[in-house]
Design a protein around this ligand. Structure first.
Ligand code: FMN
Length: 147
């Protein structure tokens, strides 16, 4: 496995399809200021830990890329925090420690197959993050350090 890497910033609004169309609420991060970091890491699906300053640390699975299914022209960073939240947290500081890579981003013939694949990614991330190799990063100080 490669070294973990970190990225963070305030949670911004995505295109709004995640929760509504897919039933998969993602907490998007701006790509601004992260271009060199993003050029070092290929587009695709990653997993790791997400820290929200005022709430805690959660498992996450995320996509970085252009979402070929939706033909986005802008690269996005879309972590899905694997926890039931009762409210939105736009504007809150989100810290990510990314510990593993699952697969490249691909296009899908239907919305159903995209959704099914994302749930498969989620199950894989949840299992992997229980392994000592990855679970130890839950305690990384970056996840909860102040700005
Ligand atoms: N979009 C794709 O087009 N291809 C993919 O392979 C793909 N994989 C994803 C994997 C995960 C774990 C997540 C969270 C998203 C993935 N997506 C993929 C992105 C969804 O298309 C995206 O979340 C959707 O565009 C909603 O974005 P929005 O909230 O900005 O509207």
């Amino acid at each position: 496995p490669t070294e973990p890497w970190c990225i963070g910033g305030p949670v911004i609004k995505g295109f709004g399809r995640g929760s509504k169309v897919l039933g998969i609420p993602t907490a998007n991060l701006s790509t601004k200021g992260h271009s060199s970091l993003l050029s070092e890491h290929p587009s695709g699906v990653y997993f790791g830990w997400a820290g929200l300053s005022t709430r805690g640390v959660y498992k996450m699975v995320m996509s970085i890329g252009w979402n070929p299914y939706f033909n986005n022209t802008e690269k996005t960073i879309e972590p899905w925090l694997l926890h039931e939240f009762n409210e939105d947290f736009y504007g809150e500081e989100l810290r990510l420690v990314i510990v593993g890579y699952i697969r490249p981003e691909v296009n899908f013939p239907s919305l159903e197959s995209l959704i099914a694949k994302i749930h498969e990614d989620r199950r894989m991330a949840e299992r992997a993050l229980d392994l000592p190799l990855y679970s130890k990063h839950k305690d990384d100080s970056y996840l909860s350090s102040p700005l």
